[in-house]
Design a protein around this ligand. Structure first.
Ligand code: SAM
Length: 339
């Protein structure tokens, strides 16, 4: 078997010089120039031979080269910063046209049309030969993963192809939160939202000093494979609301956060009721709640919402905001009366 390799090319460092690609600090750009590390990230995605890959935020193209060298069939790259496009086009020529270079924003890019139709697989089938890989700025990767988790739950966007696998980088602490077990110090909203939908693996971490320029924090490489059967069987928005409430007061007993799901006048009665329905000890801390507990909570909350359809629209934060505005109005009118 002959291994596909790209022809000799200028190094990434030379590309950066050639196209004058200084990293923009305000865009949180940090480049990975160490080919051993870019290869290692790509290996964690699995066997990419003949795969269809989307790389998000390729920048000067270090990970891009590793994907091409892994013998992918087609590589779509989506890059927001126009300065990188000529270097990526040069890489496309070197790869004999295996790439599609898109100048665009991955937060709005229509992933449901990104790959050929014949790649689509049933959800219950093995994952399709479609992969997403990327090292994005942290202020993009975190909102993006929340968006893609919702897509996963609804089988939209990249998941119209089936259980598309993803290998993405995050701030090390965020990666730790995603995989944190019940009782773990890093257990958080993100742990539940990720683990109810995916098999998630924190593959390895890269020290900040491996990047140019060096970011403040280390970087975690995380691999996601969507589960055939999510561990909580309720709508994403409902699960998100319950989980957000529970972790709102993360150091208190869990009943405190859970109670925020309910309007003040019904709070005590409905909190007692949901805890009984879900069979949860009120003095557990949010981090001590297992996936089974969250499953019970979401099912019980759904039952209560079905009995009282106004319940789901209740928003504790909105109530707080209104109270604040009211207080301010009262203070203003007292002041004007005194003048
Ligand atoms: N992947 C390259 C590497 O590892 O060296 C570059 C990493 S740099 C941290 C992030 C890259 O993502 C930059 O090239 C930046 O322009 C691009 N980017 C940032 N936001 C983006 C978005 N919303 N859509 C697409 N690309 C984006």
């Amino acid at each position: 078997m002959t291994l596909y390799r790209l022809p000799p090319l200028p190094t990434i460092r030379e590309i950066i010089k050639l196209y004058n690609l200084r990293a923009e600090k305000q865009l949180s750009q940090n480049f990975l120039l160490d080919l051993k590390l870019t290869d290692k990230i790509v290996r964690k995605a699995g066997n990419l031979k003949n795969a269809y890959v989307c790389e998000v935020g390729p920048g000067p193209g270090g990970i891009t080269r590793a994907i091409l060298n892994a013998n992918a069939e087609e590589l779509l790259v989506v890059e927001k910063d126009t300065r990188f496009i000529p270097g990526l086009k040069m890489l496309n020529e070197a790869s004999m046209g295996k790439m599609r270079v898109v100048h665009g924003d991955i937060l709005t890019y229509r992933m449901e049309r990104a790959f050929p139709n014949h790649l689509r697989k049933a959800w219950e089938d093995d994952p399709p030969n479609v992969h997403i890989i990327g090292n994005l700025p942290f202020n993009v990767s975190t909102p993006l993963i929340i968006k893609w988790l919702e897509d996963m739950a609804n089988r939209t966007g990249p998941f119209t192809y089936g259980r598309t696998q993803m290998t993405l980088t995050f701030q090390h602490e965020v990666a730790e939160r995603m995989v944190a077990p019940t009782g773990g110090r890093q257990r958080s909203r993100l742990s539940i939202m990720t683990q109810y939908l995916c098999n998630v693996k924190h593959c390895f971490s890269i020290p900040g000093r491996a990047f140019v320029p060096k970011p403040e924090v280390d970087v975690g490489v995380v691999h996601f494979t969507p589960l055939i059967q999510p561990k909580i069987n309720q709508p994403f928005k409902l699960i998100e609301k319950v989980v957000r409430s529970v972790f709102q007061l993360r150091r208190k007993y869990c009943y405190r956060g859970i109670s925020l799901l309910f309007p003040e006048e019904q709070r005590t009665a409905l909190t007692d009721r949901i805890l009984t329905l879900a069979d949860i000890e009120p003095t557990l801390r949010p981090s001590e709640l297992s996936m089974k507990h969250f499953q019970g909570l979401c099912t019980a909350y759904r039952e209560l919402c079905d009995q009282d359809p106004h319940l789901f629209s209740y928003n504790f934060r909105e109530e707080l905001r209104l109270k604040k505005v009211k207080r301010q109005d009262t203070q203003d009118s007292v002041k004007s009366e005194m003048l």
